[in-house]
Design a protein around this ligand. Structure first.
Ligand code: SAH
Length: 204
């Protein structure tokens, strides 16, 4: 997976590649998908949600330029797969998931695999989590109609956010940086995510 899907397509951050090599992706999917867990496509998880294709996850992580002491907010825990990668790459991860069943499952998988620097919270992540702000990096794993102002507000100065922005059936990944309190937006590439459902996302 790392050689043919990531390195060959231009992912070059060695910390990201090493983390992708270490995190056991099959542990985050149902047993019937175990033999397909490392293939080049998204995988269904519970509640009609999906884990993104490995390349997209690596591309988003690389764009965030995380450091070992970064404080990160993740919106959309899902299975917890990407949370594990964030835990490998940064100092502390707060992850918000709106569906309690998914949050519970991730809450049992992550400590079992040895990830202790993670806090999973059930709630509407489109509004972020002001209590633990500001964050050096924010990663949104669901598609938003626009960059939620609450999330931008909770970003530290020089912080980075990666978020899919657009219509429910097609979006573009955007890298949003906070420089002198203002957003600098870079458009990365086309993508397709499940919708962000919440006050600053889509209606449920
Ligand atoms: N990155 C995850 C996959 C995320 S799928 C993984 O590695 O498995 C997107 C997730 O975002 C879904 O679990 C969905 O329930 C969640 N979600 C959608 N809207 C949300 C919101 N407003 N707040 C928190 N989570 C949300």
């Amino acid at each position: 997976m790392v050689a043919s899907q990531l390195r060959a397509r231009g992912i070059h951050d060695e910390r990201v590649l090493a983390a992708m090599e270490r995190v056991p992706r099959h542990e985050f999917v149902a047993e019937r998908f175990h033999d397909r867990a490392y293939e080049d496509h998204p995988i269904p998880i519970a509640e009609g949600q999906t884990i993104s294709q490995p390349y997209i996850v690596a591309f988003m992580l690389e764009s965030l330029t995380l450091e070992p002491n970064s404080k990160v907010l993740e919106v959309g825990t899902g299975s917890g797969y990407q949370t594990a990668l964030l835990a490998e790459l940064s100092g502390y991860v707060t992850s918000i998931e709106r569906i309690p069943g998914l949050a519970q499952e991730a809450q049992s998988t992550l400590p079992r695999l040895g990830y202790g620097n993670v806090n999973i919270i059930v709630g509407d992540g489109s509004q972020g989590l002001p209590d633990a702000a500001p964050y050096d990096a924010i990663i949104v794993a669901a598609a938003a109609p626009r960059v939620p102002p609450a999330l931008f507000e909770q970003l530290a100065e020089n912080g980075r956010m990666v978020i899919p922005v657009g219509l429910p059936d097609a979006q573009e990944l955007q890298l949003v940086r906070k420089l002198n309190g203002r957003p600098m937006i870079q458009r990365l590439e086309g993508c397709r995510f499940v919708p962000l459902i919440g006050a600053q996302g889509y209606a449920g």
